[in-house]
Design a protein around this ligand. Structure first.
Ligand code: SF4
Length: 362
């Protein structure tokens, strides 16, 4: 394949696939246009129709690219393939939450969780197999990082789940809060989200996509420069010492540095950063914590989401606070002008709740 005029990041991606045939699902639309022009001198219209067939018209192999000429399909068949996600298991909770386990080409398994809530249908997606961040309360953290997901493996999660839904029912929101730290796999994440946002792709609204991070500070600005999506920060503590005890990332970037990055994060008007606080009984659930949090968030367009910890036999020392304690924490923030909600626990019976995504299936 020639490579005249191909940007370096695409060169790298094509080169990585040269041993086999390149995956047409691993490119956003502009990337696919460049790659197809380079490989088979395809015009931009052919690239757009190929992209639309892949992400909107149900094509799961080269022969399914019915919007492009047969001669093009023939040339593509010799040099490219179309990846898919293989469903390993689907688990349905009594509360309507559904957990999808996907088996990847190398046999590894990842998870997505579909959460219905009134008119909303939110898909919680994974970005890595395992996670390198090692948050002490999280089952995914126990796995360590096995590997990053590709852009295709990330964007295929909403595509494949959407296909299981009845006509007229659409995934309304995407949250990148499943297995993995999304900003640790930023290049693939950005390509995947461009596919999700594209009018010829999954046609999602940027207002309904939220990327969650534990605080990879330099990557936050890179994300903002690449995409106008919502940001959630998994904070979980109100002092440096407290945060270091449960989130090792704090040793690399302090909470103060993280909050400074939030202060300068270029938010579109009307948007706020969501701060997630997993609350543990007797650790970070006091009114003093609530007051410290209020002060820490001064000057940041913020809303707080309290997540009472989901108890797990693997973490006997961590307990869930009582509802009364959680309510008092919330009341304190709301009374002092900080927007604060409490996340309802969903999918507990199928191990799909927050912090439960890991090797255990149910
Ligand atoms: S909470 Fe998120 S960042 Fe921390 S270990 Fe779990 S998956 Fe990784």
């Amino acid at each position: 394949m020639a490579s005249v005029g191909m940007p370096e990041y695409l060169e790298r991606r094509v080169a990585a696939q040269r041993g086999g045939r390149m995956d047409l699902r691993s490119f956003d639309r502009p990337g696919l246009a460049v790659v197809l022009a380079d490989a088979i001198e395809a015009d931009p219209g052919t690239a757009r129709r190929t992209f639309q067939d892949l992400w909107q018209n149900g094509a799961d192999d080269i022969s399914g690219l019915t919007s492009v000429r047969r001669s093009i399909r023939k040339r593509l068949a010799a040099m490219a393939h179309v990846s898919r996600l293989e469903t390993d298991r689907v688990l349905r909770s009594a509360d309507g939450t559904t957990k999808f386990l996907w088996r990847l080409d190398d046999g590894l398994v990842i998870e997505s969780v579909l959460i219905p809530d009134g008119d909303r249908l939110t898909l919680c997606m994974s970005t890595q197999v395992g996670c390198a961040m090692g948050c002490t309360f999280c089952l995914t953290g126990d796995m360590g990082l096995e590997r990053h997901l590709t852009a295709a493996e990330i964007a295929l999660q909403p595509l494949t789940v959407q296909r299981t839904l009845p006509p007229g029912r659409r995934i309304s929101n995407l949250v990148l809060m499943g297995m993995g730290e999304p900003l640790h796999n930023l290049d693939a994440l950005v390509v995947a989200l461009r596919i999700c946002l594209d009018d010829f792709g999954l046609k999602m609204s940027h207002r309904r996509i939220t990327v969650s991070t534990v605080g990879l500070v330099p990557k936050m600005a890179e994300l903002a420069a690449a995409l106008p999506v919502n940001l959630a920060v998994s904070l979980n503590a109100t002092t440096e010492e407290q945060r270091r005890a449960i989130m090792p990332i704090t040793r690399r970037w302090s909470m103060a540095e993280l909050l400074d990055a939030c202060r300068t994060f270029p938010l579109p008007s009307g948007k706020r950063i969501t701060f997630e606080m997993v609350l543990f009984a007797g650790f970070n659930d006091s009114l003093e914590d609530a007051e410290r949090l209020r002060v820490l968030l001064t000057g940041i367009p913020a809303k707080v989401n309290l997540i009472p910890y989901n108890e797990n036999p693997g973490r006997p020392s961590l307990r869930r606070p009582s509802d009364a304690v959680v309510r008092a924490y919330q009341d304190h923030l709301v009374r002092h002008g900080t927007s604060c909600s409490v996340r309802t626990t969903r999918g507990l019976d199928i191990s799909a709740a927050c912090g439960q995504l890991g090797r255990r299936v149910a």
